[in-house]
Design a protein around this ligand. Structure first.
Ligand SMILES: [Zn+2]
Length: 199
């Protein structure tokens, strides 16, 4: 199993306009998984990036969106063969349900090396994808972490919106404990500095 960050997320406030797009990750299985599909205007660039990885849309078995905001779900429709996990909801065609394991605080197992865990805070239904890779544990967290800089500056993740700062704080701490690398919602992948372990 390998993974590739297809696009680094970003967020910036410039000339009075706030612009943001999410990190988008391809997990090469089997099963193939795509995590967060950016905005509805990113279809072309996403298709191009997948082609460069020799992956066809129909080869994607799972779409996981870390939460339901529009800059994380925009191209879900490209993956019609996949099961769609958006926050706590799971769907395929018109079959739809809220996954009980997320509500119970438990993990959803995609494969022995790919799991989805509930990490509410940014929204009350945020999830994080946990990958067991050759380089260690990689957590694709969505906006639980905005970007590397928010480790030192709480304002960065709080000002990006938090439905429960307390839960978000708890889940951030949990991910910092278990992950070697974090793919944040709106910044490049980073290695978790040792000082955030066992603190
Ligand atoms: Zn976001």
């Amino acid at each position: 199993m390998g993974f590739k960050v297809l696009f680094d997320g970003y967020s910036e406030f410039k000339d009075n306009i706030y612009r943001a797009n999410c990190s988008c990750v391809l997990v090469k299985g089997p099963p193939n998984v795509i995590v967060d599909t950016m905005t509805a205007w990113d279809e072309e660039k996403l298709l191009k990036a997948l082609k460069e990885e020799s992956v066809d849309c129909k080869d994607i078995e799972y779409v996981v969106c870390t939460h339901g905001h529009s800059d994380h779900i925009g191209c879900n429709h490209l993956f019609k063969h996949a099961k769609h996990i958006v926050g706590f909801s799971v769907s395929h065609k018109d079959q739809y349900y809220t996954e009980p394991c997320f509500q119970a605080g438990e993990e959803y197992i995609i494969s022995d090396k790919i799991k989805v865990i509930p990490t509410p805070g940014h929204t009350m239904q945020d999830v994080t994808v946990i990958l067991e890779t050759d380089v260690g544990i990689v957590a694709i967290t969505g906006d639980l972490f905005e970007k590397f800089e928010d480790l030192e500056n709480d304002q960065l993740w709080k000002s990006a919106g938090s439905d429960s700062e307390e839960l978000q704080m708890q889940n951030r701490k949990k991910i910092l404990e278990i992950a070697d690398f974090i793919v944040p919602g709106h910044g490049p992948i980073f290695k978790v500095p040792q000082i955030y372990k066992n603190s």
